[in-house]
Design a protein around this ligand. Structure first.
Ligand code: ATP
Ligand code: FE2
Length: 324
């Protein structure tokens, strides 16, 4: 099966062609705000402007190579409403024009599936951390159940907000990681785990306050250590509870080396195995949507036009994992 996938829930518009063996072609266009965070309407306009070029290039490649596309997959949610609508409109048009079935893909599930595909993990506890999401999940009775999640903002958003407040450009994650390498001391910051859930909002604000008094590198380091320790604690308990022998890190924040290192140590101590997909598959990309569409369609889960409405609040545990 050969699937064309289209991702565009937030900052990245990306189209890809995927089959069981791997990624055949991918083309992306990235929206980066002139200043501040992502503006939903501007991001959607960006996607609309680049749609013909991004989609066109992948389709042209498939024609040149004489490849036969079997279906169109698109990111149905969760994400920013205006972005989702732009992507869904393009996907429906392609499905009608090319007379191909449609698969509406849950963006979070696709981070997990592409992660398993590319890292070789089989049944992991998943740490999914990005600009919009922070969840610890595991497959149980046919769904990715959320064992713990943030009660306010995501860890990526917390780091980005802090970074902006100290004058670093968006996205702040990589810059904070780099500065943290030069730190000399740990500054205590609020550590908030409530049951299995997490809170990052107060931590972000406290880091902004601390940066007025302390060295920026020290604050970056302390923010990372605190936020990541919270995530590792919840992951460890989820692994114990769900009896998982594997952990896998996905989502944009998964590019952070320190987070990977902390999870590796925790897994070693429990006799478990840690999996990290290649960096290319960590952030948002069209391949993850195409691949998850492939899994859905192979297990008979197509999306009709009437079911193809965007789902901005689409939850991970709403999706029956019929292919597992
Ligand atoms: P989702 O829709 O799944 O929430 P997203 O649109 O936020 O995804 P991602 O690419 O998954 O997009 O994640 C982007 C986030 O990853 C940003 O918050 C960014 O700061 C963060 N990030 C990227 N690299 C690093 C890094 N090295 N360390 C920490 N955070 C990072
Ligand atoms: Fe994402």
């Amino acid at each position: 099966m050969m699937i064309f996938g289209l991702e565009g829930t937030a900052w990245n518009l990306s189209a890809a062609l995927v089959d069981e063996q791997g990624v055949i072609q991918e083309k992306s266009a990235t929206y980066s705000p002139a200043k501040g965070g992502i503006h939903p309407r501007e991001a959607a306009q960006h996607h609309a402007q680049h749609m013909a070029e991004v989609v066109g290039e992948v389709l042209a490649y498939s024609r040149q190579q004489g490849l036969k596309i079997d279906a169109i997959a698109f990111s149905q949610g969760p994400g920013l409403g205006p972005c989702l609508r732009t992507v869904a409109t393009a996907a429906r048009t392609l499905s009608l024009r090319l007379q191909l079935p449609l698969a509406g893909v849950n963006h979070c599930v696709s981070h997990i599936e592409v992660g398993k595909w590319q890292s070789g993990a089989r049944d992991p506890a998943v740490i999914y951390v990005s600009g919009a999401n922070s969840q610890v999940l595991a497959l149980r009775q046919g769904r990715y159940r959320i064992f713990g999640e943030t009660l306010d903002i995501s860890v990526g958003n917390a780091i980005d907000k802090f970074a902006r407040s100290v004058g670093l450009s968006h996205p702040g994650g990589p810059k904070v990681e780099e500065l943290a390498l030069q730190a000399k001391q740990y500054i205590p910051l609020p550590y908030t785990v409530k049951g299995m859930d997490l809170s990052f909002s107060g931590l972000s604000t406290a880091a902004t306050q601390a940066a007025k008094k302390y060295d920026l590198a020290d604050v970056c380091y302390s923010l990372q250590e605190t936020a990541f320790a919270m995530l590792v604690e919840v992951t460890e308990r989820a692994m114990a509870h769900a009896e998982k022998k594997e952990a896998m890190l996905v989502g944009g924040v998964g590019a952070n080396k320190r987070l990977g290192e902390m999870l590796t140590i925790m897994c070693e101590e429990r006799g478990a195995k840690f999996f990290l997909p290649p960096r290319k598959f960590m952030g948002d990309n069209g391949s993850m949507i195409a691949y998850t569409g492939l899994l859905m369609l192979k297990s008979g889960m197509a999306t009709s036009l009437t079911e193809s409405k965007v789902r901005p609040g689409y939850r991970t545990d709403d999706v029956p994992v019929t292919w597992a």
